[in-house]
Ligand binder design. Sequence first.
Ligand code: CA
Length: 134
Amino acid sequence: MTGGIMKLLIVEDDADTASFVRYVLEQERYTVKTAATAFEARGYLKSFKPDLIILDRGLPDADGLDFCRELKLLPRCAHIPVLFLSAAKSPADVVDGFNSGASDYVTKPFGFVELVARVQALLRKPGLTGMRHA
Ligand code: CA
């Protein structure tokens, strides 16, 4: 493992949730950016290459499921794991999340200890930036 600081992008329009998640993940020494809209996230993703994207399903300018599918079709983003953060919590909602290409799905309200554990689990899967063996 080469280590290095992992970078996360949170796409969440609820400012309280975004700042709380950001705070918790910064305590874990991740570099965190937040975007409040899909439009803003698209802009960041032109230059910022996150190791993980945390995505709200209900964005003001996009359905998170559609945005996740969009990311999975972009060559420079397709490999980045997406973790959904959503109040939609029926089994069908969760399945829709995974079928859109997400790697994990956390329902709101969530506990930060569980969120951090899930983020860490996604970031230690082989094949991710910074964790490849030469
Ligand atoms: Ca929302």
